[in-house]
Design a protein around this ligand. Sequence first.
Ligand code: 1PR
Length: 558
Amino acid sequence: MSNKVYVIDVGSGNLRSLINAIKYLKYEVELVTKPEQIPSGADFDPETTKLIFPGVGNFGHFVDSIYAQKFDNAIKEYVANNGKIMGICVGLQAFFSGSEESPDSKGLNLFQDLALKKFDDSDKPVPEIGWNSVFGDELFYGLDPYKRYYFVHSYAAILPENLVNKNEINGWKIAKCRYGNQTFISAVQKGNIFATQFHPEKSGMAGVHVIDCFLKGDTKPFDTSIYTEEDKLKLKNDYSNYGLTRRIIACLDVRSNDNGDLVVTKGDQYDVREKSDNKDVRNLGKPVSLASKYYEQGADEVTFLNITSFRNCPVKDAPMLEVLEKAAETIFVPLTVGGGIKDVVDVDGTKYRADDVASLYFRSGADKVSIGSDAVYAAEKFIANGFKGDGTSPIETISKKFGAQAVVISVDPKRVYVNSPSNTKNKTFKPLKKGPKGEEYCWYQCTIMGGRESRDLGVYELITACEKLGAGEILLNCIDKDGSNSGYDLELIELAKKSVKIPVIASSGAGVPRHFKEAFLETNCDACLGAGMFHREEYTVNQVKEYLLEEGLKVRMD
Ligand code: 1PR
């Protein structure tokens, strides 16, 4: 049996995690960057040759590159010769005829006459970001209806009512998934062709198992007879949260300490120095080993924030690139990186656009980048420009190239009390508790450079502008609550959830598992992030998840 796996690389997004998952399964990877490298002739054996077709980001950008690089006919010929192929995410989407996302671009039309549509956001956040389950009477390739898989997309092969109960369409077996009130195709199989809308390489061991089945040519579904009735009850989807589990994110604030070592640190209201006389940077461990620990504990995502942006370092040598490369070798859940994602002039004078900087991170294993200070500048410009973008902000350039789902906005706000809404141009609300001087109103002021500079821009103004500019998710910190262990600022999170359709991650203040439950139930946030409580080993991620499960909230158990 050949040990080689061919992976098509049209230059989009994060291939590293996929390559790592394949290597983890003890196969070798050969990247295919030209159509003539797709195995044919003596190199091709329908029984043993394996080709993977991964895609992320914008449908048009992806399929246009396939046509421009003349991959279309080579893929069709390979498929016609019964070659084994697995499409992933936009790789699956490319098998369809087209997508509402890019009406002028054509898909490969293997799965005929079904086009992709955007999710309806009237009942749920869009993009769908998180862990959903798959179902169907005839599953395949190790798919398990009791496991969870990581989805990140705004467009899908949404099934019309008359097809929702089918297990097969146009001779293709389908696995389905429900997001809110819509059912879509989560995986397809026909002969040697297989594709998943979710990212198996980002779906923990459940996803690695699916890749393993494809590589072995084992088309059987997962044997669910191993589960007891109790397990099934615990694991099965109850669709209470649009179908998604409650997502728990472990966050690592990373910087160099005074000796130049890269450490994970954690501040109180963003002050990361010890209170002792020497005022050292708090050192809570090494980034890769802590990230691996949290993955093992069941973290659904890991976020790395470069909190000092390593100012004098050449872009291509940024220490965070190496951290990501190492972390992605063994962590098969999504990785986000933030800090310094902007247009930069390198130490040698070379100019890099933010999307080039982001691309380096994606290629190193990141799935999303988070933008802090530059998002504030972009929103200010957007508002000054009559609520219009000019296409040049990092949010716009990265979103256009890699898709909205890859762009997270990291917000660092502080609460400001005022006597009357007329005291500020920003949107105010009436807090539950009045301010220290009896003020009845407040707003959340955005800061840049890790809280060092406050701007005349509110959180509402920032996040609504960023959503319009093409951001896919909000990471909502809170300087007042950061490191306090006193629970999230629920009023802030609720305000954000009411203001945007894109998912909102609650951050800052988690101290005990109950805080996660409060945030999920009282604000309907899409994910909860914790840092200090995990670093100080007060609780493990798994303990938080077990608690949530006992309280009736579904979580991913790999
Ligand atoms: O502005 O695009 O270069 O991004 C800089 C990034 O670094 C931003 O995402 C900003 O939030 C982050 N950052 C900058 N300075 C600090 C600091 O702490 N001095 N960290 C900082 C922000 C907040 C969260 C933290 C949660 C949860 N840290 O990441 O993990 O508050 O903590 P807790 O659970 O312990 O309460 P740019």
